[in-house]
Design a protein around this ligand. Sequence first.
Ligand code: FE2
Length: 350
Amino acid sequence: MSSSKSNGGVLTAEGLQKSHQPITGTILVADDQVSNRELLEELLAAQGFTVIAVPDGAAVLEELNHVAADLVLLDVMMPHLNGFEVCERIKANPETYLIPVVLVTALSDRQDRIEGIRAGADDFLSRPVDRTELLARVRSLLKLKQRTDELERAESVLFTLARSIEGKDPYTHGHCERLAEYSARLGEHLGLAEDQITALRRAGVVHDVGKIDIPDAILLKPGSLSPDEWKLVQEHPEVGERICAPLKSFRFVLPIIRHHHEKFNGSGYPDGLQGDEIPIAARVLQVVDVYDALTTKRPYKPAFSITDALQTMKLEVAKGWWDPRVFDEFEKLVRDGAADFLSRSTAAGR
Ligand SMILES: [Fe+2]
């Protein structure tokens, strides 16, 4: 995530709600015309922004590998990679897609703007560049970027917390990442909306964050749990939901966290929801979660082969635990081998 490249800062409750910091930032300017480049550089540097000016699109992408830019100003007409292509690549890269991109186009070129919108540009500036307009747009986009960074820091705190809980158990190593990746892929295969798929990626990592409340002696206990211990374990979906609730960007993630231990026949927890009452994204996550648990070696069991894992899950579907349609589609994905669901399990032995 681009959080690793975000400007440093302290996460505070006020910081999350409102930022009163002056608008600063690093602006990457790309133009093949030296005079244009220098003009922009001068204007922006005079306002206290850090400016990095480069002569072409390839140099922009190269700089973004090293520099935590807060805004990119791209001339549309550049040799090799033009502004649209560079913008498209910035927006396609999870490390950089949150950086606002402004395309500098000729005043009258409507087609350029349409193409720019398709490429994911956040804003446009007309040439010749008007100083006041330039600074107004830059400030507004940098303000937005500051807020995004603050939000990202909050999200990254949650992800770090979730990974540290996962890290307590050496047997679940990599589980969160696999779950995020595979459930997003299953969600795509089922035709879920984009916001649900994004939520699945996040939920894959944070769904068990509520386990923070469970003492290690219980969390890592090899034997069976007492009724009281089991009750505590069963609280983790609700605790996780509470931890993540303040983040608005997690609104689609919360139902997945809360309901990832429901069962299709209503015998799960915490709410005993049945069938379609269980949010579809939660049904997707749980099928992948169970498969991953079965194909992972644990102290009390070996890693199941793909065939054995699917067979076990089929029996569980028959018992009424998992959504049969979601399981069928998942099984197809695994059997087709189109997804690399297979790779880790193959290593574990069939
Ligand atoms: Fe869980």
